[in-house]
Design a protein around this ligand. Structure first.
Ligand code: RP5
Length: 162
């Protein structure tokens, strides 16, 4: 699939409505950086056909990167990576019982050939920054928005603790 100017959106997908409180952080940072995005509930276990449809058509639908948040037996990022031809960033979602350890392990222990850039547990903000940095490799406006955001972050760090 040939990428063009249209392929500048980030897909934020999540396994459940219950992931949205965390995944909103990704939306917030993308909004600040003026990156286009679309958020969808896509579950590897509960809506497998939707997942196939989404992943196979992600490029065609103008997405350049996929951010996939999932908790528990978090198959979503790996499954989507096996079907899509664009980068997949995984966000392991914290659970009550195992605190997200199960989700992060299932996302970083993918077999050879199924790459997922896995963020920390609940690391949806970092996922947004990472997605924006990928978009920034071919969109200079987004690159400069990201540079500005990082400059402001650096300036906001006080030299002395209060
Ligand atoms: C996963 O199961 C979802 O990503 C979510 O983190 C977890 C629990 O889902 P719910 O039972 O809250 O819908 O598929």
């Amino acid at each position: 699939m040939k990428l063009n100017k249209q392929n500048n959106k980030v897909a934020i997908i999540m396994g459940s409505q219950s992931d949205y409180d965390v995944m909103r952080e990704c939306e917030k940072i993308l909004k600040i950086l003026k990156v286009k995005y679309q958020s969808l509930i896509v579950s590897a276990h509960r809506t497998p056909k939707r997942m196939f449809e989404f992943a196979e058509n992600a490029s065609k639908n103008g997405f350049a990167v996929i951010v996939a948040g999932a908790g528990g037996s978090a198959h979503l990022p790996g499954m989507v990576s096996s079907l899509a031809d664009i980068p997949v960033i995984g966000v392991p979602i914290e659970s009550k019982k195992l605190k997200g350890l199960e989700a992060i392990l299932s996302q970083i222990c993918l077999p050879r050939g199924c790459p997922v850039g896995t963020m920390p547990i609940n690391g949806a903000l970092n996922a947004g920054l990472y997605a924006a940095s990928i978009i920034g490799t071919f969109d200079s406006k987004i690159k400069s928005n990201l540079e500005k955001w990082k400059r402001l972050q650096t300036q906001s760090v006080k030299k002395r603790p209060k």
